[in-house]
Design a protein around this ligand. Structure first.
Ligand SMILES: NC(=O)C1=CN([C@@H]2O[C@H](COP(=O)(O)OP(=O)(O)OC[C@H]3O[C@@H](n4cnc5c(N)ncnc54)[C@H](O)[C@@H]3O)[C@@H](O)[C@H]2O)C=CC1
Ligand SMILES: CC(C)(CO)C(=O)C(=O)O
Length: 298
């Protein structure tokens, strides 16, 4: 399969690098990473370990591929979609956090698949990515149900040794992940604590409120996600990742723009389309956006 990875930073470089053991992979990245991979190949270290030589380029347009993986941060999705619209790609799969598929689907002719990734990835230096945890890629039709394209893509991932599952209930899975991110990421980022700190009563209550609101909005979107399932998903992830710092906390600590717009912000926006108010997500989004503005990031 000819696979284009648009936005090869941490996650895209790891997944694209693993896929490159079997497939014809092109990483669209920024220099000096693109130049380093072109000249010396890519080292994958940590929980996965290999050396591969995918094509790497800074050119955003003019590519021809069977599949485009989108792995830019969510706030760069519109630009990625516009660039991909100038490529010949037969299908698009986002592995990003937050709700980004609608942006891709509205700007591209190619069918968009939904995906989630729980692999941990860190770009250590140009040409070197660390797999900080072997997770799983789950993918499937955006609206759910069986999908031959998703089956082909899932097989291509597994052929390259990527732990991939094809699911027929992606709408529920995406909203459950959104509930987890809405609950954990913003609260840990604002209070500067690792995920395990959310076990304590007041922070735990705040994360649960954000997740419950997200589940309520999912149901308004006709996605079956109960408050209890959303709350339990938060608790499960808090336990499993207790020592981790969420991606949003890492962004705040590094003074980088966060993905709040595609997480809590998306919950607020979609709720508003239904005339519904989500005060916890609204407050969390407002505080993070205020911090980003103050830091000159938006
Ligand atoms: N890093 C991880 O372990 C995981 C990340 N995710 C999600 O995956 C997405 C990507 O996350 P990371 O890889 O951590 O972010 P990252 O910031 O390391 O990678 C994104 C890359 O896209 C590049 N990029 C953006 N626009 C570009 C353009 N126009 N042309 C070329 N390159 C461009 C950036 O330079 C950057 O290197 C996020 O939505 C994140 O939440 C999900 C699961 C795990
Ligand atoms: C699951 C969780 C909350 C783990 O920290 C995550 O996805 C993130 O940090 O972005």
């Amino acid at each position: 399969m000819r696979i284009l990875v648009f936005g090869a930073g941490s996650l895209g470089t790891l997944v694209g690098g693993l896929l490159a053991s079997v497939h014809d992979v092109t990483l669209v990245a920024r220099d000096p990473h693109a130049a380093r991979v072109s000249s010396a190949g890519l080292d994958i270290v940590g929980a996965e370990s290999t050396h591969v030589s995918p094509t790497a380029t800074t050119a955003e347009t003019g590519h021809d591929a069977d599949l485009a993986l989108v792995t830019v941060k969510s706030f760069d999705t519109a630009r990625a979609a516009d660039a991909l619209a100038d490529c010949d790609v037969d299908a698009v799969l986002s592995l990003q956090n937050g709700l980004t598929e609608a942006t891709l689907a509205s700007r591209l002719d190619a069918p968009a698949l939904a995906g989630t990734a729980t692999y941990g990835a860190r770009l250590v230096e140009p040409g070197r990515v660390e797999c900080t945890g072997v997770g799983r890629v789950v993918l499937g039709a955006l609206d759910g149900g069986p999908d031959p394209l998703a089956e082909r893509v899932g097989k291509a991932f597994r052929d390259a040794g990527v732990n991939a599952l094809v699911a027929t209930d992606m709408p529920r899975r995406r909203w459950e992940k959104l509930a987890v991110n809405a609950g954990i990421n913003a609260v840990t980022a604002l209070s500067r604590v690792e995920n395990g700190a959310l076990r304590s009563s007041d922070a735990n209550d705040l994360a649960h409120r954000a997740a419950r609101e997200t589940a309520r909005v999912a149901r308004l979107e006709r996605v079956s996600l109960s408050n209890r399932v959303a709350r339990e998903a938060v608790d499960r992830v808090v336990e499993k990742t207790a020592a981790n710092r969420s991606s949003m906390l890492q962004d705040v600590a590094a003074e980088k723009r966060t993905e709040v717009d595609a997480i809590n912000g998306a919950v607020v926006d979609i709720a508003a389309e239904h005339g519904f108010e989500v005060p916890t997500n609204r407050t969390l989004a407002a505080l993070l956006r205020a911090w980003e503005r103050g830091a000159g990031l938006r």
